[in-house]
Ligand binder design. Structure first.
Ligand code: PAF
Length: 274
């Protein structure tokens, strides 16, 4: 497996490759990332994984400084799964003092409302990476459901010639969605963290059983989480295709939640077809 840090070298190496699948990551890879890489492998002869902790998508008081950087271990895990790792430095990807950015949808909605600038940072770095790698297929996890939506919108609206695939969320045995941020949790918080998924499963069941008042479901979930010590950013039932509040005849729904346990902000979601 090749590890490349310069854009020029990567471009030279990829020139003439007919079939490239790409998995952008911020490293600290877990089974969820490896799963996305396996999906990528099914769609191309060459699989490129990028590892870059993108400063543009972290707010001033967020965890950019402490985000785990584990390049060597990540590369070891990717042996036999990916063909190439692109691991640029910050200076390589953002050489200019003023970076042109992409203003995506959801800037002020859901996670966008609680993480100002986050989706702009994601959209910008993903657009840059797609332009550098120029894959036919790129794979993102459904765990970051809003991110996947934003990226699909950027690709469609800016006419990028790449197919975006969503990989299912990989969960621990107790249901907690795998995330690099889970390691910030204390032992007690880690046990409680699995409740977020149990709550989503309960909400999905209520929708399948015919509940139609989404506001009541959202309020009840928020109260339940609050009573267990979570600080809730939002629990929201939305339409899968638009992430807007659903019309009454909408069948394809997704329940989205973001909440903090101590210092750690967790997100999760569950699709429901009623
Ligand atoms: O999901 C992530 O790890 C990041 O948001 C991404 C897509 C690699 C952009 O930095």
């Amino acid at each position: 497996m090749e590890i490349i840090s310069s854009t020029a070298d990567l471009r030279a190496r990829l020139r003439g490759e007919a079939s490239i699948a790409f998995v952008p990551t911020m490293g600290n890879l877990h089974e969820g990332h490896l799963d996305l890489t396996r999906i990528a492998r099914e769609h191309a002869t060459l699989v490129v994984v990028s590892i870059f902790v993108n400063p543009l998508q972290f707010g001033a008081n967020e965890d950019f400084g402490k985000y785990p950087r584990t390049l060597q271990t990540d590369c070891d895990r990717l042996q036999g799964v990916a063909d190439m790792v692109f691991a640029p430095t910050e200076r390589e990807l953002y050489p200019q003092p003023q970076q042109v950015t992409v203003q995506p949808p959801l800037e002020n909605e859901l996670c966008g409302a609680f993480r100002p600038g986050h989706f702009r940072g994601v959209a910008t770095v993903v657009l840059k990476l797609l332009n550098i790698v120029q894959p036919q297929v790129a794979v993102f996890g459904k765990k970051d459901y809003q991110q996947l939506y934003v990226i699909r919108q950027v690709v469609a609206q800016l006419n990028l010639p790449v197919e975006i695939l969503g990989g299912e969320t990989v969960r621990a045995q107790d249901g907690l969605a795998l995330s690099s941020r889970n390691q910030y949790l204390s032992v007690a918080e880690r046990t409680e963290a699995a409740f977020l998924y149990r709550m989503l499963v309960g909400m999905r069941q209520a929708l399948l059983d015919g509940a139609t008042d989404h506001a009541v479901l959202e309020r009840t979930a928020t109260k339940t989480l609050g009573a267990r010590g979570w600080q809730v950013d939002y629990v929201a039932v939305r339409a899968q295709d638009t992430l807007l509040p659903p019309q009454s005849d909408e069948r394809k729904l997704v329940i989205l939640a973001a909440a903090r346990l101590g210092q750690t902000r967790l997100i999760d979601n569950l699709e429901v077809c009623i």
